[in-house]
Design a binder for this molecule. Structure first.
Ligand code: GLU
Length: 448
């Protein structure tokens, strides 16, 4: 059989914004598509009219763009209702879908009774035993049916890319509802229809969906389509293994963005979290994709620690190319923004902290203690004329050393403090030309 073209999908439910937990399948599907030359479908699972919001669709797309994840095609399930209705008809006709009339309260009472009796709360298929007269009576009372898939009670097996060989007896599951009494088609069903129609080759999603795979594989089969390959990655948990709370995984990308976390930091972090590959700072997602391997992901929950993310973010900032910081750096009005960025990035945890160094570079005056007034005065007298470059610092300090006999820390430290007001910071040879002769002279002349 010819290999199927690689096609994956990211299928968010637009009931909230993206956060660390639900952005993860977006990152993993994008990387998989790029790694294998496949396509990515962005599918909004928005059939739940009560909970889905257009504003979340827009926000999710904005977050994906910010992360640098482009999609090849976009669909909304709410635009495909006629298609789901059509497929439901074929399932009715083939006897795979059956109508049931229980109300939510009736179902919940049944579940409670089963649990009290120590039995698993499975749907008892009472609807299959209704006589035509009983159905007619229910409909006469105004009841509209919902539709369930009649599971074939066999073992369902698949080779999961992450979980390995899986076999689940489908009689351990309830017949899933395909369409609610109000006509709303539900996820287990719509997802399969779309995966068939858009020729999805790999379904990569969190392992909270492992059990949905059973009815879904049966649906693929009864609809005459080969099931895709499944890969279920383990969920994110907190540092101590706790469930992700609002504070952790539910931290929205927008919050993290506002907090100075780079898109590249989030994407490159999520790309490796839970896998045996190291989390590396990268400035290009294509590079991350080149080494992406789903089989390196494990079944154990992935631990998310916001401090790790912040530390990783600092590493990303240290090597962030100017192009990725330009918009933010240009607003700082420093003389040579690119040279400034390259000089200071290694000292930052967040791009926004560059503002502090911009002040150091451009401030007309600095309040800094004068450590060695004699040395500083001598250095001012020996200050070369402009133009300056990154050889100026060593030529100048060499001359000061020659004239004063001062060397090492005793030479460099008073000059750094006089010029920047700080003990430590970016390399002086890079800062000096940015500060410029006029300001350098003013700063060196304060003590005299
Ligand atoms: N809308 C579902 C979710 O967000 C999609 C699951 C799937 O990928 O099949 O969990």
């Amino acid at each position: 059989m010819a290999a199927r073209p690689i096609a994956v999908r990211f299928a968010p439910s637009p009931t909230g914004r993206l956060h660390m937990g639900n952005a993860r399948p977006a990152v993993l599907n994008w990387l998989f598509a790029r790694r294998h030359g496949g396509t990515l479908l962005l599918r909004h699972d928005d059939t739940d009219a009560e909970r889905s919001r257009d504003e979340y669709i827009d926000a999710i797309e904005a977050d994906l763009r910010w992360l640098g994840l482009a999609w090849d095609r976009r669909e909304r399930q709410s635009g495909r209702l006629a298609r789901y209705a059509e497929v439901l008809e074929t399932l009715k006709a083939s006897g795979h879908a059956y109508s049931a009339y229980e109300t939510a309260e009736e179902l919940s009472l049944k579940r409670k009774a089963q649990l009290n009796a120590g039995r698993p709360p499975l749907y008892d298929r009472a609807a299959l035993r209704l006589t035509p007269a009983e159905r007619a009576a229910l409909e006469a009372k105004g009841r509209t049916p919902h539709w369930r898939l009649r599971l074939d009670h066999t073992d369902v097996a698949w080779a999961d890319v992450i979980h390995g060989d899986m076999t689940i007896q489908s009689s351990t599951l309830s017949d899933p509802v395909l369409v609610r009494e109000d006509g709303t088609p539900l996820y287990v069903f719509t997802s399969v229809v779309d995966d068939i129609d858009f020729a999805i080759s790999h379904v990569i999603r969190g392992d909270e969906h492992l059990m949905n795979t059973v009815p879904q594989i049966q649906l693929f089969r009864v609809l005459g389509a080969p099931p895709p390959t499944f890969a279920h990655f383990a969920l994110l948990v907190g540092k101590e293994g706790e469930k992700l709370s609002k504070r952790l995984g539910a931290l929205s990308l927008a919050d993290l963005h506002a907090d100075g976390i780079e898109a590249m930091a989030i994407a490159s972090y999520l790309a490796r979290l839970g896998s045996s590959d190291p989390i590396e700072p990268r400035s290009d997602l294509q590079e991350v994709a080149a080494k992406f391997d789903l089989t390196h992901f494990g079944r154990a929950p992935a631990h998310f620690d916001p401090d790790d993310l912040r530390a990783h973010n600092a590493k990303v900032v240290h090597q962030l190319p100017y192009a990725a910081a330009r918009d933010r750096i240009e607003t700082l009005a420093v003389p040579n923004p690119e040279a400034f960025w390259l000089a200071v990035r290694g000292n930052l945890s967040r791009v926004a902290d560059a503002a502090e160094w911009a002040r150091v570079v451009t401030a007309p005056a600095l309040s800094a203690p004068v450590e060695d007034a004699t040395l500083v005065a001598k250095a001012a007298a020996l200050l070369p004329l402009e133009p300056w470059n990154d050889a100026t610092w060593s030529a100048w300090t060499g001359a000061v050393a020659g004239a004063t006999g001062t060397r090492g820390r005793a030479l460099f430290h008073p000059l750094r403090v006089a010029l920047t007001g700080r003990d430590t910071g970016p390399e002086m040879k890079a800062l000096l030309p940015l500060i410029g002769r006029e300001r350098v002279l003013a700063r060196l002349s304060r003590g005299t």
